[in-house]
Design a protein around this ligand. Structure first.
Ligand code: FUL
Ligand code: CA
Length: 488
C-alpha cells in the first residue's frame, strides 16, 4: 500500500513537473495580424509626389503633373538601401494631401499617367511593391483622406472616391502589411480650381467604420494605423519615441465634451503611454522622418539623422515595445541622397552587429518559480519567439537567474514577454552580483513585445538576475538576452 501511494505520489510530482497547462491569457490580446506586425519592428514611410519637386511639405493640390519627372527613379535601389538599414517593411504614400495618385487610378485624372514618368504609362505603387517582394520586404500603403486637389472634397461623392482608391490599392498590389491613415482633416486647397477652405465634420464625414470594414474584408492581414488604432496607434508625436512606460493595450481618450473617438479627434496625450489594462491591443508606432521633413529638401542635406541618433530612437521605440517607422524621402532624381543611404546602412549595421551575439546562450538559467519542464528556462535563449518560459500560477514575482562560468561584459539587455498571452508584467528590475551582493542595474515597468535597456557603462559579471516586482498574474517570457553594443 505504502509503495502504491509512493508511486502515485511520484507520478503526481512527475506529471505536475512536466504537464502544467499553459498560463491563462491576460487582458486584451494581439491578433495574428498584430503578432506579425510586432516582428517587423522597423519599417519605412516613403513620401514622393509632385510636392518633392516643389520643395514643399504639403502640396496645395495645384502642381502641374508635368513636374513629376524623376528620370533616374529606381525602386530596387531605394528598397535595397532600406533593407541595408535593417528595415523589414515599406509603406508607400500612394497619395498625399496634394491628391496626386502614384498609380493610374480610375478615380481621378490627377495621377501618374499625366506625368512624364515612363511616358505616362507608369505605376509607381507597382514598381515599389515589386521591388519589395523581390527583396523580401513587407509592403503597405498610405492614402491620404484629405485631398487638396479633388473638387469633390467635402461631399459624400469624395468619400466614395477615397474608398474606391483604397479598393484599387487593396486589389492590385498583393498582400499589404499595413493600411496607414493619417488624421489630417481638411483646410485650404486647390480643390479643382475652387481655391478655398473646406472644413469637414471629423466625427462623421469619413465614415471610418465603413471604410475599415472594406480594409478588413479585402486585406485581412493589413494592420490599420491611425491615431486611434484599430490595430496600431500613433505614438502621439512625430519625433520617433514612445513613453518610457508604454503599454500595448489602449483605450483612446475622447476630447473634452465628446463621447466618441474618431481619427483626428481624440485627446492624444495618452498615446505615448497606452493604457494599462486598456480595452484593446493597439501597440504604438513611432513615426519620424530620417531627414528634417517628410519630403526631400536639398537644403536639409546636413539634417539627416546619424546612425547613432537612429540607434537612440530605436531604443526608445522598438526598445519600448513599439515600432519605428522612418520617413524616407527620395530626391527629384527619384533616388535617395548618398547621405541618406550612408546613414541607413550605418544604422542597420549597428543594430545587426549589436544584437548578433546573445551572451545568454552559454549561461545556465534557473528559476525556482518555473512552471514545469514544458516552460523551462531553456526557452528563454532559443531565439524562438513561439517558445517561452512561464512561472507557476501563484508565482507573481518570480526571479530568473543567469550565471556564467566566466565573466561576461554587456551593456544591452533585451526582454520579450510571450505576448500571445497578453501583457502581464507591471514592474521588474535587473540585478548583478557584485562584491558578494546583488546590485540593481536597471528597473522598468512595461515590457510587452520588447524592452531594451542600454546601460551607460558595460557591466562585467558572471551572475545576473531578472526579478519581477509586480504582475497581476503569472509571468511569461519568450526571450531574455544580454548583448554588447557594437562600435560604429
Ligand atoms: C501627417 C501628414 O500631415 C504629414 O505630411 C506626413 O505625411 C505624416 C507622416 O503624416 O499626418
Ligand atoms: Ca523562446
Amino acid at each position: 500500500m505504502k509503495n502504491i501511494l509512493l508511486s502515485f505520489g511520484c507520478l503526481f510530482i512527475y506529471l505536475f513537473s512536466i504537464a502544467q497547462p499553459a498560463p491563462r491569457p491576460y487582458g486584451a490580446l494581439p491578433s495574428a495580424r498584430q503578432l506579425k506586425w510586432h516582428e517587423t519592428e522597423v519599417y519605412g514611410l516613403i513620401h514622393f509626389t509632385p510636392t518633392t519637386f516643389e520643395n514643399k511639405e504639403w502640396g496645395y493640390g495645384d502642381a502641374d503633373p508635368k513636374i513629376f519627372n524623376p528620370s533616374m527613379f529606381d525602386a530596387e535601389k531605394i528598397i535595397s538601401a532600406l533593407k541595408a538599414g535593417g528595415l523589414k517593411g515599406v509603406i508607400l504614400v500612394s497619395k498625399h494631401h496634394d491628391g496626386f495618385a502614384l498609380w493610374p487610378t480610375k478615380t481621378t485624372s490627377y495621377n501618374i499617367s499625366q506625368s512624364p514618368f515612363r511616358n505616362g504609362k507608369g505605376d509607381m505603387v507597382k514598381e515599389i511593391e515589386q521591388a519589395c517582394r523581390k527583396l523580401g520586404m513587407k509592403f503597405g500603403v498610405y492614402c491620404s483622406p484629405w485631398d487638396r486637389n479633388n473638387p469633390r472634397y467635402g461631399t459624400s461623392a469624395y468619400v466614395e472616391d477615397y474608398r474606391n482608391q483604397l479598393k484599387e490599392l487593396y486589389s492590385n498590389y498583393g498582400e499589404l502589411f499595413m493600411s496607414w491613415h493619417d488624421g489630417a482633416n481638411g483646410g485650404d486647397g486647390f480643390y479643382g480650381g475652387q481655391r478655398t477652405t473646406k472644413k469637414i465634420d471629423r466625427s462623421t464625414y469619413y465614415g471610418w467604420d465603413t471604410t475599415w470594414a472594406i480594409t478588413r474584408k479585402m486585406q485581412p492581414n493589413a494592420n490599420i494605423f491611425s491615431d486611434i488604432g484599430w490595430d496600431v496607434r500613433w505614438v502621439g508625436n512625430e519625433r520617433g519615441f514612445a513613453a518610457e512606460t508604454s503599454w500595448a493595450t489602449f483605450t483612446p481618450v475622447p476630447v473634452e465634451g465628446e463621447s466618441k473617438t474618431v481619427p483626428g479627434q481624440l485627446d492624444d496625450k495618452q498615446n505615448p503611454f497606452g493604457t494599462r489594462n486598456g480595452a484593446n491591443w493597439v501597440p504604438a508606432e513611432c513615426d519620424v522622418p530620417l531627414r528634417k521633413g517628410w519630403f526631400y529638401h536639398p537644403e536639409d542635406k546636413d539634417k539627416v539623422k546619424s546612425p547613432a541618433q537612429l540607434f537612440d530612437l530605436y531604443l526608445k521605440s522598438v526598445g519600448r515595445g513599439a515600432a519605428l517607422d522612418l520617413g524616407i524621402a527620395p530626391n527629384t532624381n527619384g533616388l535617395l541622397a548618398d547621405e541618406d543611404i550612408a546613414s541607413l546602412k550605418g544604422f542597420g549595421t549597428l543594430v545587426n552587429e549589436s544584437f548578433k551575439k546573445n551572451l545568454a546562450e552559454n549561461a545556465s538559467i534557473t528559476s525556482k518559480e518555473t512552471r514545469g519542464k514544458t516552460f523551462s528556462t531553456q526557452y528563454l535563449k532559443d531565439g524562438n519567439l513561439k517558445t517561452y518560459w512561464a512561472s507557476s500560477d501563484n508565482e507573481l514575482t518570480p526571479t530568473i537567474e543567469f550565471s556564467w562560468k566566466e565573466n561576461i561584459s554587456f551593456d544591452l539587455i533585451r526582454l520579450r514577454e510571450f505576448i500571445p498571452l497578453g501583457q502581464r508584467v507591471e514592474s521588474f528590475k535587473v540585478d548583478v552580483f557584485e562584491n558578494h551582493q546583488w546590485k540593481k542595474i536597471a528597473e522598468a515597468t512595461s515590457i510587452g513585445a520588447c524592452r531594451i535597456f542600454y546601460l551607460q557603462q558595460p557591466v562585467s559579471t558572471n551572475r545576473v538576475r531578472v526579478k519581477i516586482n509586480a504582475s497581476p498574474v503569472c509571468v511569461t517570457f519568450s526571450e531574455i538576452g544580454f548583448y554588447k553594443k557594437a562600435e560604429l
